[in-house]
Structure formats: C-alpha cells, structure tokens
Design a protein around this ligand. Structure first.
Ligand SMILES: *Cc1c(COP(=O)(O)O)cnc(C)c1O
Length: 359
C-alpha cells in the first residue's frame, strides 16, 4: 500500500468527517532510524532511535499539523491562512495553502529565520511580512490580526495543529510495537511536546500501548522559559526554530513533563552544535540545529549518568527516541559556519591530493 498521509492513515483518531476535504502532501511515515553511534554513547543496554521529521514534505514536523489545519480551514470555508513563524511553520503553511488554493500570510521575525525556510515561503507565494520584532511579538500580532480579519490562524494555538502532530507518537508506537521508554524532543513554542504526549496518552487509553514514555523536552539555554519558570523577553540561541521566550503551549509542556515523570531541561548552544555535527558525521543524518537539541540532551544526560539511574526493562534494551524536528538543509549557512571552509586550490593534482590528505 502506498502511504496515504497522516489524515487517511489515522482518520479514526482525528477530528475529520467524510466531508472534510483532505489537503495532503503525503506527510508522515518518517524513518525511525536506529543509531548505533548514539546507542553506544548513551551506554550499555540502550537503543537510541532517531525520528527523522526532516523527511516530511516541507522538511519539518510542522506538516503533520498543517495538513489537518489547512484541511479544516478549507472545510470551514476559509480563503486565507495566517501564521507567525520562526520559519518552518511559514514554509509548511505556505506549501499546504498553495496546494489548497488558499492565500497565505506569514509574519517572520526579520533577520532571525534560516534562509531555506524563507525561500520556501517566498516560492510558495506567501505574502511575507518581515517584522522588526521577535517571534513572540509576531505571534501576538498574528493573533490580533486573526480576530480582526477573515483569516485562519494556523500557529499551534490552532488545536488542529496539535491533533495532526500527535500522529508522530502514533507512528513511533506502531513501528516499535510499544512506546519508547524515554522520548526526547526539542521544545520551542511547546506545541509539539504537547501533541506528542496527547498521542501517547490516547494510544494508552485505547490499549494500543501498555506503558507511557518518560517525556524529556530540551530548550536552548538562552531561550529556556519553561526551565526558568518565567518569560524570557529577549531569547537568544543559534537554534532559531526554538528561539521563543513565551511558549504558547506552556501548560501543555508542563503537563506532559509532570504526568510522564519527565522534565524540561536546557542545553547550551555549544552542546546543540556539537550534537548537530555529531549527527552529521557519525550517523549521516543532517538535521537543523534546533533538532539537535534532543540529541544534545541525550548526550548531556548520558554524561550525568542519568540513564544508569533509570529503571531498566527486563529482557530488552532501554529504548530512547530522539525527535529530529527539521532538516539540516533548511539552514545551510549554519552548516558551513560550523566547519572549516575549504581553501581555494590551483587545478593541480598534487596540490589537491595534499589538501585532501591523499598521498
Ligand atoms: C517548530 C520547531 C520546533 C519547536 O516546536 P514547538 O512545537 O514550537 O515546541 C523545533 N524544531 C524545529 C525544527 C521546528 O520547526
């Protein structure tokens, strides 16, 4: 069977009827990739998997929520959608809106979104407003605009986004045959951790899984309101997708962490960029910096001996899933900046062999 997209695959679990027009780019069904390198770094008897959400149609998990948000907007007779975005929401909204024949309007914090994401919104013909303000201010403006005009807000404050994004948890359980023991995920506006926890708890209630995972969310140190317990006015981090100081789904994240006996923690930009390079070098996986926050968290916890203190399941490895939220190609400038740039060489075989270490 070819994959039909998340709405058809998980129709019974989503707020759709036969009348809902399904707007899909065949999102979902992303790889759950075992990582031998990270498993070894995490410790003996641990199996680490990477949920590669960058392989969604527009390159991030946002597509799971957007297919539903846009389908419901069309069903409701909307002609235009609006979002504030650190980049990936605008990329996804503009692509799904194009597919549905809707107008899209996106508010982006000027100078603070990765080039790949901006290029997506532009080529999908969104009306792009580059605003001289950070994401939190852009979202506040978008919320007011949605109240005053006939446009549908498709940020994760739109409950259909959360509904669609919970399918990430369904897929993980369907592939593993159970929930992972620990679920590690980057946290920005906190819609995703809220959605993932909703997915697990729904599967648990339906008895599709018999145990729930421990949820561990990771924010960047300079943008860690949930860790500090207060709004950050000027959040800063290289991981632009999670540069958010006042998460809209604050309560959802706190609930997921508390109910699952997990937590929300901070990782530094240094740790994020280390994990970012490690993923690319040792696993062949190119994820964007924000995505690497989950792996940075994994490495940090391993270094603190955290996994030694976790209760081990009998007869199988401790299973950890790290969510990689978006694709590395979204932000090629960051990749090039993170490594040594190649020197310009004369077209001479000997000079080139010397430079690349062949002799
Ligand atoms: C949106 C996004 C996040 C943060 O997700 P939230 O739901 O806002 O917590 C993390 N990584 C990437 C790549 C994203 O696009």
């Amino acid at each position: 069977m070819t994959w039909p997209g998340i709405i058809e695959r998980y129709r019974a679990h989503l707020p759709v009827t036969r009348k809902t027009p399904v707007v899909t780019l065949l999102e979902g069904n992303t790889p759950l990739l075992h990582s031998p390198a990270l498993s070894e770094r995490a410790g003996r008897g641990i199996a680490v998997y990477l949920k590669c959400e960058g392989l969604n149609p527009t390159g991030s998990f946002k597509d799971r929520g957007m297919t539903l948000a846009i389908s419901k907007a069309v069903e409701a007779g909307s002609v235009a959608v609006l979002c504030a975005s650190t980049g990936n929401t605008s990329a996804s909204a503009s692509a799904y809106a194009a597919r549905a024949g809707l107008r899209s309007i996106v508010l982006i914090p000027s100078g603070a979104i990765a080039l790949g994401k901006l290029s997506q919104a532009l080529i999908h013909n969104a009306s792009v407003a580059a605003v001289d303000a950070n994401f939190d201010a852009c979202l506040a403006i978008a919320r007011s605009m949605a109240q005053q005009h006939r446009v549908t807000l498709v940020n994760s404050v739109n409950p259909h986004r959360i509904e669609g994004q919970k399918t990430c948890a369904f897929e993980i359980c369907d592939v593993l045959g159970r929930a992972p023991d620990l679920h590690l995920t980057p946290v920005g506006n906190a819609g995703n951790i809220t959605a993932q926890w909703k997915g697990y708890t729904e599967y648990f209630r339906l008895r599709k899984i018999s145990r729930l995972p421990v949820m561990l969310g990771f924010q960047a140190q300079g943008a860690a309101p949930l860790v500090l317990g207060r709004i950050i006015k000027q959040p800063h981090t290289v991981a632009t997708a999670i540069r958010i100081g006042n998460p809209a789904s604050w309560q959802g994240a706190v609930t997921a962490a508390a109910q699952s006996h997990g937590g929300i923690r901070a990782v530094t930009d240094r740790e994020i960029l280390h994990a970012y390079r490690l993923l690319a070098r040792e696993d062949g996986v190119f994820a964007e910096p924000a995505s690497a926050a989950s792996v940075a968290g994994l490495l940090k916890l391993a270094g603190q001996g955290f996994f030694k203190r976790v209760k081990r399941p009998a007869g199988r490895p401790l299973t950890i899933v790290c969510i990689l939220t978006g694709h590395g190609l979204k932000d090629p400038e960051r990749a090039v900046k993170s490594v040594r740039a190649p020197a310009l060489l004369a077209p001479s075989i000997s000079a080139i062999c010397k430079a690349v270490g062949l002799r």
